[in-house]
Design a protein. Structure first.
Length: 231
């Protein structure tokens, strides 16, 4: 369903895709099957979100701290990431979209690093739909990186400089941030970009999050009064 109030749509939507493992457990499936369904849903929902006219989408796929999960789960996620990042890149090239993988490169196997570099080296297309996938990401590392880049370029560490060197540049700040699965925290995701974002938490697990659930969140967003500290 298309959102009726086009002016109320967020320009930059962020999603913490949470609940793959709990969804799988409730259905008697393996953790890997839960992640597989979560990946399928990301591809489906990316198209839905683009078709609604939202220009920037940033999703939280894997945090720096997720490396502490079981070797079996982490290895599976790394294996999926290698194939899915390449597939997303090819699809984005056909549709003339942007895709960027944002995060840190430590803890990642060499082959996965190479694929991420390949994806991120594709030419940037102005005014195109853009998907940022936060993988091996945590916001404090991003903010520290932005500060270090400013200093390396002999720039003062100002809010403007930090904004310029964020991993999501040149995208604007986040307007709406959705977290699935019922958890109500940001878990180190886009803390700088989401400083004035509207937050919507839904009990729906990510593999079950669909267009109807998205429309509910967009309706909530459209009814919010965004003051940015002015009132």
């Amino acid at each position: 369903m298309q959102n009726e109030n086009k002016q109320a749509l967020p320009l930059h939507l962020a999603i913490i895709m949470d609940g793959n493992r709990r969804w799988a457990k409730e259905k008697g499936l393996s953790i890997s099957e839960g992640h597989f369904e979560g990946i399928k849903n990301l591809k489906k929902m990316t198209k839905v979100i683009k078709d609604k006219g939202i220009k920037y989408l940033t999703v939280y796929a894997f945090s720096v701290d997720n490396i502490n999960r079981s070797h079996q789960e982490v290895d599976y996620l790394f294996k999926c990431a290698k194939s899915e990042f390449l597939a997303l890149k090819k699809d984005a090239n056909k549709r003339l979209d942007n895709i960027r993988i944002i995060g840190e490169d430590f803890n990642l196997p060499a082959g996965l690093k190479e694929i991420i570099e390949e994806v991120n080296s594709t030419p940037w297309i102005d005014d195109a739909f853009t998907l940022f996938i936060a993988f091996n990401y945590r916001s404090d590392y991003e903010i520290a990186s932005a500060c270090n880049k400013a200093l390396a370029n002999n720039e003062a560490v100002t809010p403007e400089a930090i904004t310029k060197y964020l991993y999501t540049s040149p995208a604007p700040m986040v307007d709406l941030l959705i977290r699935t699965s019922g958890e109500q925290r940001l878990s180190g995701f886009l803390l700088y970009q989401a400083s004035y974002a509207e937050l919507v938490f839904t009990d729906c697990y990510w593999p079950a999050f669909n267009e109807e659930e998205l429309d509910k969140a967009l309706t909530i967003y459209s009814k919010r009064q965004r003051r940015f500290g002015k009132d």
